[in-house]
Design a protein around this ligand. Sequence first.
Ligand code: HEM
Length: 457
Amino acid sequence: MLPKKVPSVKGVFFFGHALEFGRDPLTFMLNIQKNYKRFAQLRIVHLKINLILTAEDAKYVLQENNKSFIKGRAYRVLSMVLGNGMLTSNGDFWHRQRKLAQPAFYKQRLALLVDTISDETNLLIKNWQGQLAESNGKKTVQIPKEMMATTLKIVTKALFGTDIDPEKIEQISFDIDELNELASIQMRTPIRLPLWIPSRFNQRFKTSSSRVHAVIQEIISTRRNILENNPNAEFDDLMQMLITAKDEETGEQMSDQQLKDEIITLFLAGHETTAMAMSWALYLLAQHPAVVQKMRNEIKEVLGDSTTPHYDSMRTLPYSMQVIQEVLRLYPPAWAFSRQVLNDEVVGGYLIPKNQQVLINTYILHRNTAYWDNPEVFNPDNFLPEKIKERPTYAYLPFGGGPRLCIGNNFALMEMQIMLVALVRHFDFDPIETVIPEPQITLKPKGGMKLRVSQRC
Ligand code: HEM
């Protein structure tokens, strides 16, 4: 049978769907999901984007035929910030870098990071307790800001063995926000002004980008200085693996530029996503006291009064993990990711012509009624083992899939679990306002997210 043409969604003359992408891409694509079955084609001026609507086709693109679908245009935009690191690169180069970094994320190594994560979480708890004591036991907290600061400290300490100067945290978070916003605008714009043109956009981009790069350079230089002054110094972290790794065949080590690209990738991919996921988790828990109670019962039963979790005890808290999985279903921080097809390919009976883009939107896939009952409802029981078995694996992709699966997925889940368990143990959270998601590079709370935090009664 001849392959079918992907059905186009009607757009306006010239711009296509640029306005919908700019205004509210989540609702726009949710509506498309209701009216199309497998694929729908969208257009931003001349750029054609084939939206994948089924788990089966997502699996084909990400796993079964992954070599034909490479990281394309969107990742070229990201590489303006991240360079040619693991997230943005392709082919043999990507494969080599991934192999070098992978051992840092093995389970036995992650187990060594539990204390670092707990220590930083405890500092946050102490800080909030101090503030609550000064304000009658209740306080309004801008949650994403606090989550960003904590996950930033965790990632630098856990992966790069260094502390971040506390005075710089606010500035870095601001710069990351800027880059997030600017890169997402750029992704929706078919034409890219070269960076040397002094537009306001380019100026903002260059200022924030150079400040973040300076932080990364400092992290690398600190380590290099220690090693130069004390060649016997021993480090057992990701940073050291990347510095000392040698190509099996050529014996070559990473150049300074490659090292910098990988470090900035892990630094950015490794904390903003988790911070957003933690913020959405607290937002949802603030609205679902029964879920919080069930979590607390489990925590009490498993951990008793012990406040120092270890890797295995965390695995014995299945309900809190279900909560996290459900948060990542409703608010997947990496809400969409794309691929570019190398040659004409047929997917699910539809022709995807050479060089076109395919888009997987996890925000809508995670709400597809073919896979989820009452998808808008927050229900951690969606992740009971028997429920997971009923669904195709690729209906749930918060960390992507196939060989390009997020390298930090287990790290992120462990980090979230330790943080969340500790926070619900100590505090009550109450909603203040309705927060809507804003899809930039990550799924952020539009205009921030305030919650009322009080000492647990
Ligand atoms: C809740 C937190 C996180 C979420 C939701 C998330 C999500 C994702 C997704 C969806 C991808 C695949 C993108 C694609 O296929 O195009 C990805 C890739 C990646 N993530 Fe994560 N991530 C998280 C945390 C982390 C952490 C903690 C790290 C590192 C410490 C990390 C590092 C990376 C890297 C390096 C890649 C590229 C992997 C490759 O292509 O080989 N992420 N992430």
